[in-house]
Structure formats: structure tokens, C-alpha cells
Design a protein. Sequence first.
Length: 76
Amino acid sequence: MPMAADDIATMIRDAIPDAQVEITDLAGDGDHYAAKVIAASFAGMSRVKQHQAVYAALGGRMGGALHALQLTTAIS
């Protein structure tokens, strides 16, 4: 079952409270999203660590309920 964009954003914000999250449904099917996550708490983290923090926020749903996520992260 696909995930709703609002659910993805909520999960990320719950795990990274200072995050600004923008979710875009790329295919209109609820399975392929792009996420832009900007957070001050990313300071001092490599891009890989930033991405790992976002994936951890999704609690293992990648590859299951969430098929594909194009991820962009930045420090605010």
C-alpha cells in the first residue's frame, strides 16, 4: 500500500524536529517521491549521514510501503 506524502513529511519531522520538509509525488502513484529536507541539525554531518538520518526517520519503509525516494538534503 502506497504512503501519503503527508505521512512521509510527518515521519521526517518527528525524527528531525527542526527540519523543513518538502515532498513531491513524482509519478502521481504514491510510490515515487522526491523529498527536500533542510535542517540546522545537519550541521557537521556529511551528505551521506544526512541521508541516513532521513532514511532512519522512515523506519524501514523504503523498498516496502515507499518504493522510491529522490532525496535532497541541506543545512539551514
